[in-house]
Design a protein. Structure first.
Length: 492
C-alpha cells in the first residue's frame, strides 16, 4: 500500500479491507507511514486496525464509527468499514452491536455477497433461528467455493463456523474452522487463522472434552498471533493455553505459560480473563496456598459474568472452607453452589454448561470431604453424573487424580489437596469450630433458644449441633457432654 502524494492517494477502502485480512503489526506500521497521517476514512480505518493489534478494541470501534461518518466516505467505502466494524464486534461478543451494524448496512459488493450472507447466518444462529442460519450458511459457502478468491472463502467459512457453533452444530463448527484455518495460513492471513483455532480449541475442550487436542489448537493460535504481531490475540491464546494446561493438571506447562503471561505490562487484563483466573486458583490449590486461592476467588466473584461462573468460584471456595475444617461454611457454600447449578437454560452456551457441571461435582466433593455423604450423593444424580463415574472416584478411600478424565484432573488435584488439608485440620475429637462454640455455652445453663440468639443461629441449627456433640463425645445429655469435654481437655 503506497501513497502517491499529499492530495492524491492510491489507497482505497476496498484495498484496506483486503489488506486487513493479511495485515501484521509490521505491515500496519508501514501502511500508516505511507498514509502520512491524513485524516481520511482509509487512515481512520488503518488506525482502527492498529488499535485492535494493540489490545485497544474500544478505540478501534470508536475509530471505525468515525470513519463511517466521514464526509469523504462513499457508500461502497461505508460497506467495507462496516464489515470491519462487524468483525471487531464479533471478536468481543457484542452481538447486539453487531445486529445494529448489520441492520444499517448497504448492499455488499458482488464478490463479497457470500461474506455478507455468512454474517447474517451467524446473527440468525445467535438469535436461535437455526433453520434460517443453516440455509444462509450453506448458500454462502457454496457460492464462495465456486469463486476463485481463497481469502474470501476463508472468511466465509470462518463466519459459517461461528454460526454452526452458536447452533450447537459442533462437529460442523470444528470442520469448517479447520478448513478456514488452512486457507488463512496458506495465504499468510495469520489473524484469521487465530480466530479459527480459537473456535476449534473451545470445541475440543468443552464439547469433545479433549484437553490435549485443545492445547494443540491453542498452540497454533499462539504461533499465528506471534507471526502477526497481534498482542491482544496472543494474550488471549496464552490464557487459553494456560487454562487448558491447568485443567489437565500439567504443572510444568502452567508454570511456563504463567510466566509468559505475567511478563506483560498489564497483567490485570489477564486477571479479568475468567479461564486465566481459574488456572491461577487451581495452581494455588495444588500447593495448598488456599489463602492466595481465596483472594483470587474473591476478586473473580466481583467480575463473574454468569451464574455458572459464580457457581465455579463458590464450589472452589467451599473446598477451601473444608480444607480449614470450617464445616458450617463449607456446607453453606456447597449448598449455594448446588442452587446455582440446579438447571441450565435450553440454549446454555457450551462452555457455561461445562462450568455448571464441573461446579456441581466440586461442590459434591466438598460434601464428601466434610463427611456429608448423603448430600453429596444426592447432588450427583444421573442427570449430572451418568454412570456415577465421578461419584465412585470421589467416594474412594483417597482421591487419585490420575483416575479422573483429563479435563478434570486439575480440579481433582485441587480437591485431593483440600481433602488432605481437611484431614490434618480436623479436630481429633471430631468437633467442628461451630460445635465448639455451642459446647462452650452448655455449662452456662442457657436454653437452646438463648444459645441460638447469642450465637446468631437458628434454634434448629443449635439443636442439630448439640446432638452431634453428644454423639462425638459419647454423651447421654448436656451434663454428661460437659463432663466428658472437661476430661478430654476441651473445656476448662
Amino acid at each position: 500500500m503506497t501513497r502517491a502524494g499529499a492530495e492524491t492517494s492510491t489507497i482505497t477502502l476496498a484495498s484496506v479491507h483486503q489488506f486487513a485480512l493479511t495485515a501484521t503489526a509490521r505491515t500496519l506500521r508501514q501502511a500508516l507511514r505511507d498514509m502520512n497521517g491524513c485524516s481520511m476514512p482509509a487512515d481512520l480505518t488503518l488506525r482502527a486496525l492498529t488499535c485492535s493489534f494493540d489490545c485497544d478494541t474500544q478505540g478501534a470501534i470508536a475509530l471505525l464509527r468515525r470513519a463511517l461518518k466521514h464526509r469523504k466516505a462513499t457508500d461502497d467505502d461505508r460497506w467495507y468499514i462496516n464489515d470491519l466494524l462487524c468483525a471487531t464486534l464479533m471478536s468481543i461478543g457484542d452481538y447486539a452491536g453487531l445486529e445494529n451494524a448489520v441492520a444499517a448496512e448497504r448492499a455488499a459488493p458482488p464478490r463479497l455477497i457470500p461474506a455478507q450472507q455468512a454474517k447474517e447466518s451467524m446473527l440468525h444462529a445467535v438469535g436461535g433461528r437455526r433453520s434460517q442460519s443453516r440455509f444462509l450458511a450453506r448458500k454462502a459457502a457454496a457460492s464462495a467455493r465456486s469463486g476463485d478468491a481463497p481469502l474470501i472463502l476463508a472468511q466465509v467459512l470462518l463466519r459459517c463456523s461461528l454460526a454452526a457453533f452458536y447452533r450447537s452444530d459442533f462437529y460442523d463448527a470444528m470442520e469448517l474452522s479447520l478448513e478456514a484455518a488452512h486457507l488463512y495460513e496458506a495465504h499468510g492471513a495469520f489473524v484469521g487463522a487465530t480466530s479459527c483455532h480459537s473456535i476449534a480449541g473451545v470445541v475440543a475442550q468443552d464439547w469433545k472434552r479433549d484437553s490435549q487436542m485443545a492445547a494443540e489448537f491453542y498452540a497454533r493460535m499462539v504461533m499465528n498471533a506471534e507471526r502477526a504481531g497481534h498482542q491482544a490475540i496472543l494474550r488471549s491464546a496464552l490464557a487459553g493455553s494456560f487454562s487448558a494446561a491447568a485443567e489437565r493438571f500439567d504443572a510444568p506447562a502452567c508454570e511456563s505459560l504463567h510466566e509468559r503471561l505475567r511478563s506483560y505490562s498489564a497483567p490485570q487484563q489477564h486477571q479479568e480473563n475468567y479461564p486465566y483466573l481459574l488456572g491461577e486458583i487451581l495452581g494455588f490449590g495444588w500447593t495448598a496456598d488456599f489463602g492466595a486461592a481465596e483472594t483470587a476467588i474473591v476478586a473473580g466473584t466481583a467480575t463473574a459474568k454468569s451464574q455458572q461462573e459464580a457457581a465455579m468460584l463458590e464450589s472452589l471456595r467451599s473446598l477451601i472452607e473444608a480444607a480449614r475444617w470450617d464445616v458450617d461454611a463449607a456446607r453453606a457454600r456447597s449448598r449455594a453452589a448446588f442452587q446455582l447449578t440446579e438447571a441450565g437454560a435450553e440454549d446454555e452456551p457450551l462452555y457455561l454448561r461445562r462450568y455448571r457441571e464441573t461446579a456441581r461435582i466440586l461442590a459434591a466433593a466438598t460434601c464428601f470431604v466434610i463427611g456429608d455423604r448423603v448430600r453429596g450423593e444426592r447432588a450427583l444424580s444421573a442427570r449430572f453424573d451418568p454412570g456415577h463415574r465421578y461419584l465412585s472416584l470421589l467416594t474412594a478411600q483417597s482421591i487419585d487424580t490420575a483416575d479422573f478424565p483429563e479435563v478434570f484432573r486439575g480440579y481433582a488435584e485441587f480437591a485431593r489437596v483440600a481433602s488432605v488439608s481437611a484431614n490434618a485440620a480436623r479436630p481429633r475429637n471430631g468437633l467442628t469450630p461451630a460445635e465448639l462454640q455451642v459446647l462452650r455455652a452448655l455449662p452456662t445453663g442457657a436454653t437452646l433458644t438463648e444459645i441460638a440468639r447469642e450465637l446468631a443461629k437458628s434454634k434448629n441449627t443449635v439443636a442439630r449441633q448439640v446432638e452431634s456433640i453428644y454423639e462425638k463425645l459419647g454423651a447421654r445429655n448436656r451434663a454428661h457432654a460437659v463432663e466428658n469435654a472437661r476430661q478430654l481437655g476441651i473445656l476448662n
